[in-house]
Design a protein around this ligand. Structure first.
Ligand code: 3AT
Ligand code: MN
Ligand code: MN
Length: 593
């Protein structure tokens, strides 16, 4: 059949139909995905569609409002004024789970500007949605992709905006595929249209959508459990994993999902990087915009594992990958291949593939922690997001250190909230020393390297502080999911009641605590053999300069926001990075012998 040649930049590897055993393996995988709760209930999905319908109505009203303002006498324009709501991300791909947001794009005619969008849309949204339905509304005008974030009836919405250069949007306008729609748009508008254009192309380029979706669900679950999912930390994000799975679907167009998952580990694990993964030939396109091309752009030639988006203008979705994260990803792909091979011959269950990572339990002896701290919750969202986006730079500096074999950034930061009674406690929280309750006495022992992150002496201070700290599960940066209402009641939760404390004379007094928010990123270090002492103060200083020279908080450093970098031994990791049942590494007793 001629159509079999239609997907991808090479012919398929195999077009054989699934065997009985392969189909059984798919059934078992589907069962496991259900058990792991990756699907949401049909009634929750219905809610999503209802929310999207409402957003479409609000979008039309918004465009009409602008039409009336721009051309009050143009009845025809006003009558036909409408916009169009598109989706992208996991919802558009059909791989969303119970906690997913809906990534949504509003497309409007040319007379509607981004300024109109930020001026009018938020109020219109609140007034047209059912009372109380809109919560946690956040507007981020100056982001790389300007965005309005909110919860609509408890569903997180990411809402972005673009015009197209047309006077009216026709009622049956339903595709952004045509590249000439990009003409006349600014960079932010191009980027805003890009999400939908990429997801739509991916879906168009796979031979069997349902197989692709199920296999992608499996790979996303695997990547999350193994902590190799997070664009910002140097791992592939949702779009990149989707393209990788799509490429494997192209190479095995008739295969069932279990085979796709197994071949995914084979094909991607043995990929000859830096050859790019392409879903179709790169289109050089009609506009003067940059398209990924390592022959023309030196920067593009440094991409270690390039995965290229199919929609014009093609970009590399994995430009963040570092030497270390590439090593980690390849390790995980090898593990995935080993396990899935055994699953395919019935020797192991699928659940083995999805076993949680061991980053903290048996990952490394040495960790670097990067602590962004703020005394204000709103400031913390921005500051911690900024620091988070720079952690990769520290990783790259650490990778270059001759004594470091690997610098492995954990894919997620830990959000905590602390109640401090005095400046000293605030200082300890900001530096991170309060996370480490045991003093590292092991430093000079024969099998322990000395790690220094600061110039001068002493990094882990002992302390008997009574600061109350807790992990905040739903903390968020502006770079990811919107904030959920945090800290409902619960006995272990912090509260703003006075803390009883003993004063110098031994009398009890009550102090109103200061709240400090922190986000901590952990980087596991694998040292080169024989490395005994590790002075990272240069790398750490450079990183601190990189973060603190940001203009936004230039005048607020220390009294509003701060940045601490510490080293932590595995046995000094804070308890809240371990889940119930996980064993925290123990300090080897060295006193005897
Ligand atoms: P979930 O089901 O929502 O967890 P997802 O794949 O939809 O998975 P996101 O909602 O985080 O993930 O992202 C959807 C798309 O939005 C992916 C990417 O095209 C874009 N995007 C998200 N975060 C960023 C970012 N920080 N910078 C640039 N693009 C981003
Ligand atoms: Mn999403
Ligand atoms: Mn999103």
């Amino acid at each position: 059949m001629a159509s079999e040649q239609n997907y991808g930049v090479t012919p398929p590897i195999s077009v054989t139909l699934p065997t009985e055993a392969e189909n059984r393996a798919s059934d078992a995988l589907l069962e496991e995905l259900r058990r792991q709760k990756t699907f949401e209930s049909p009634s929750d999905t219905e809610k999503r569609h209802a929310v999207l319908k409402s957003l479409q109505e609000i979008c039309n009203e918004f465009v009409r409002k602008v039409a009336r303002e721009r051309e009050p006498k143009n009845d025809i324009l006003i009558k036909n004024a409408r916009g169009k709501v598109f989706t992208y991300g996991s919802f558009r791909l059909g791989v969303y789970g119970p906690g997913s947001d809906i990534d949504t794009l509003i497309v409007a005619p040319k007379y509607v500007t981004r300024e109109d969008y930020f001026n009018y849309f938020p109020d219109l949204l609140v007034s047209m949605a059912p009372p109380g339905a809109i919560t946690d509304l956040t507007v981020v005008k100056d982001a790389f992709v300007p965005i309005i974030k909110f919860e609509y009836s408890g569903i997180s919405i990411d809402l972005i905006f673009s015009r197209i250069i047309q006077k009216q949007i026709s009622p049956d306008f339903d595709s952004l595929k045509d590249s000439s729609l990009l003409r006349g748009l600014d960079e932010a508008e191009l980027r805003s249209l890009n999400g939908t254009r990429v997801t739509d192309e991916i879906l168009d380029l796979v031979p069997e959508k349902s197989t692709f979706r199920l296999a992608l669900r499996a790979i996303k679950l695997w990547a999350q459990r193994r902590a190799v999912y997070a664009n910002i930390m140097g791992f592939p994000g949702g779009v990149a994993w989707a393209m990788l799975v799509a490429r494997v679907c192209q190479l095995y167009p008739k295969a069932t999902m279990s085979v796709i998952v197994n071949k995914f580990f084979l094909v991607i694990g043995q990929w000859r990087w830096p050859q790019p993964v392409l879903l179709k030939p790169i289109d050089s396109g009609p506009l003067p915009v940059r398209v990924w091309n390592p022959k023309v752009y030196k920067g593009d030639s440094f991409h270690l594992m390039p995965v290229i988006t199919p929609a014009y203008p093609s970009m590399c979705a994995t430009f963040n990958i570092t030497r270390s994260s590439m090593t980690i990803i390849q390790r995980e792909l090898r593990r995935g291949l080993e396990i899935s091979e055994q699953i395919m011959v019935g020797k192991r269950p699928w659940s083995d593939l999805f076993v949680k990572h061991t980053f903290f339990t048996s990952g490394y002896r040495y960790y670097i922690s990067v602590i962004s701290a703020s005394k204000d919750k709103e400031a913390h969202k921005i500051w911690s997001g900024y620091v988070e986006s720079k952690v990769r730079m520290l990783v790259q500096k650490l990778e270059q250190h001759p004594s470091i074999a690997l610098a492995h950034a954990f894919n997620k930061g830990y959000d905590r909230r602390h109640l401090c009674r005095n400046e000293q406690e605030i200082g300890q929280v900001q530096e991170g020393s309060l996370e480490f309750l045991i003093k590292d006495e092991d430093e000079s022992k024969p099998n322990g390297a000395v790690v220094k992150t600061e110039k001068g002496e002493g990094d882990n201070k002992p302390n008997g502080a009574a600061v109350k700290s807790e992990k905040v599960e739903d903390g968020s940066k502006l770079s990811d999911i919107p904030m959920k209402a945090e800290n409902d009641e619960g006995e272990n939760k912090l509260s703003e009641v006075p803390i009883k404390t003993e004063n110098k004379d031994g009398a009890t007094e009550s102090v109103f605590p200061v709240e400090v928010y922190t986000t901590t990123h952990y980087i596991g270090l694998e040292l080169e053999e024989g490395a005994k002492s590790l002075d990272l103060s240069y790398q750490v200083d450079e990183f601190k300069v990189l973060c603190t020279q940001w203009k936004k908080y230039q005048d607020d450093l220390e009294h509003l926001v701060s940045l601490g970098v510490q080293h932590v031994r595995n046995f000094n990791l804070p308890d809240d990075v371990f889940e119930p049942g996980e064993v925290k590494p123990q300090k080897k007793s060295s006193a005897k012998s």
